[in-house]
Design a protein around this ligand. Structure first.
Ligand SMILES: Nc1ncnc2c1ncn2[C@@H]1O[C@H](COP(=O)(O)OP(=O)(O)OP(=O)(O)O)[C@@H](O)[C@H]1O
Length: 238
């Protein structure tokens, strides 16, 4: 197995909470990140993205040690809950920033932005500011920005949480399509066992700051011997 993301002896304390991650995630696979609220799912993504720094241990992405690297220098795209969209810039510009922080955009780049907006169903929204969009539209805009960045690692924190079931499905299909095209390494935080079934190659279950199970999606869904996992598997997205 080629390593996509490795957390080696990573320890971190945030307030009163301790986290320990010793995990290797295979390259080129979609891994669902599950666990109860407050267990450490977002913290795991923040460590990989570089928004949280481990107190000890190291983090590698595609074999390269990124522990000391600034978030902007890590080969990752993010779709996080707050969408990280700039309120004063229109959607076209927000997505363009995903390609070039100085907004030096070639003709191909501009075409890629239009195509990405089209793929997430936001054609015609180019001039809109994030504040004029619904929560689900903002999530889709964040997804479009991840599409144009073409980084080898994609980190998604509940990216479909504000979408209705129809849109969830089409965004999930788009993610799988993108993954087939690029072979990127995807971590997706979800509270929905259906996402594990439909989207994921592998799944991990985090509880109280540690990975308690890491398994291929199919066998993950059949496990009944892990504390707290039954509750997750019994959940149905409303
Ligand atoms: N900067 C911080 N200072 C203190 N505590 C923090 C900090 N960041 C996170 N925590 C705590 O660490 C725990 C894990 O947070 P995290 O956001 O990783 O959980 P999660 O599994 O993503 O939860 P959810 O499903 O609710 O989004 C929570 O109890 C949270 O309050």
């Amino acid at each position: 197995m080629t390593d996509g993301i490795t957390l080696d002896g990573v320890k971190l304390r945030l307030g009163e909470r301790d986290f320990r991650f010793d995990t290797r995630l295979a390259a080129g696979r979609i891994t669902a990140v599950t666990g109860p609220s407050g267990s450490g799912k977002s913290t795991l993504l923040n460590l990989v993205a570089g928004f949280d720094q481990p107190d000890s241990g190291s983090i590698k992405i595609l074999g390269e040690d990124v522990t000391a690297r600034h978030p902007s220098e890590r080969p990752v795209s993010l779709v996080f809950q707050d969408n990280n969209l700039f309120a004063h810039l229109d959607l076209f510009t927000n997505i363009g920033l995903g390609i070039s922080p100085s907004l030096k955009l070639s003709k191909e780049d501009r075409l890629a932005i239009s195509t990405a907006l089209d793929r997430v169903g936001l054609s015609g929204f180019e001039k809109r500011k994030p504040g004029t969009l619904s929560g689900g539209e903002r999530q889709r805009a964040a997804f479009a920005r991840a599409l144009v960045r073409k980084k080898p690692v994609l980190l998604m924190d509940e990216p479909f949480a504000s979408l209705d079931p129809g849109l969830r499905r089409s965004m999930a299909d788009l993610l799988v399509e993108l993954h087939r095209e690029t072979g990127n390494t995807v971590l997706i935080v979800t509270h929905d066992p259906e996402d594990v079934r439909v989207l994921a190659d592998d799944a991990i279950f985090i509880n109280a700051g540690e990975v308690r199970l890491h398994a291929p999606a199919e066998s993950f869904l059949e496990r009944h011997d892990i504390d707290g996992l039954d509750l997750f598997l019994a959940a149905r997205h409303k």
